[in-house]
Ligand binder design. Sequence first.
Ligand SMILES: C[S@@+](CC[C@H](N)C(=O)[O-])C[C@H]1O[C@@H](n2cnc3c(N)ncnc32)[C@H](O)[C@@H]1O
Length: 371
Amino acid sequence: MTANAWASSHLDRIFLGDCAELLAQLPDGCVDLVVSSPPYNLGKEYEAKRALEAYLEEQGRVLGECVRVLKSTGSLFWQVGAFADRGVLVPLDVRFFPILEELGLIPRNRIMWVRQHGLHGARKFSCRHEAILWFSKSNDYIFNLDAIRVPQKYQNKKAWRGEKKGQLTCHPDGKNPGDIWLFRNVKHNHEEQTIHPCQFPEDLVARIVLSTTSEGGVVLDPFMGAGTVAVVSRDHGRHFLGAETEPRYHEVAMRRLKGVPNKSGRFPNLKTLRDYAERTGTPVARYSFDLQVGESPTDRRRARIYPEEHHLEALEQRLSYEEMAFAAKRTGQQVPVDPMVNGGCGPARESGRRRRASMDGPTLFDATGRS
Ligand SMILES: C[S@@+](CC[C@H](N)C(=O)[O-])C[C@H]1O[C@@H](n2cnc3c(N)ncnc32)[C@H](O)[C@@H]1O
């Protein structure tokens, strides 16, 4: 197939069917980035251990094809969580790592995607992270740090001695976001939520796309789901392609990409609805979306949407508090009150005066519980 022929029949499209079939139609070295979260519904047909080996073999074949179609300057991001078989843990990234190395890829980062909430373990620590493995095909890979800098914590810090005395010690455009990410999971009340049970947050995909591709680049997601990788790539001037086997998820992805209401005035999620209402200057109340529970959708201006840094800071504060509380309890000291308990409203039974005090902002407690 000539370069033009494959591009016109596959670029900016989502194939309804098995990704193996799509990959087989692509020429070598045609994509700049592969980013995906593969399915891992294991253990359905046979004993879980065998199912896991069969699954990894199948994933190895898909990954082999992804590597073949990747350009020599390209990158691959594979997002996986943990698989548990009757309480026995298999962290999937540990099993994927050697597969990717065997394929000749070079590891760059093991990103931890941290969650504040999730299922509570009764006989083990509750799992609060998933991994995103980043591998490049060669040492000549793209990394546009400037496109994804985040605000510095101390923005005006200056050198106080030496040749650079008086100069800013940090980059004025912001810092490298690091390898701990806290994009809010696309669940309840998230404006991007569609009927798909495990979508990527758009911001997470945008960080990957912007840092590892240039405008006009080609992004492949072999397991498209609700089409997040397609939507984000398109919105940032990149081409996309991918596959999805489930017709109802494929349909959601196509509706997200079209961004217009269907005949009943309905959108696949609240975000697509709000974007359309803002673009056309029409009231949000005129439309509805698939998972709507209230009578009418809310306007974006009235919604509280926090950036990733907000959630990271809240998590940092919460973890510090939990460690202090544990230290106090272990040493028989008074356990401090979390200033953000009940979302900053204080314990249910505390007095109004204390509650107001805790809402004024986080109080720092020392390990003895004294503030
Ligand atoms: C974890 S989800 C991906 C969700 C996606 N990242 C998003 O943001 O919506 C994995 C998807 O792969 C699809 N899938 C499973 N096996 C497939 C295959 N062989 N080819 C293409 N898609 C497949 C599933 O139906 C599911 O929607």
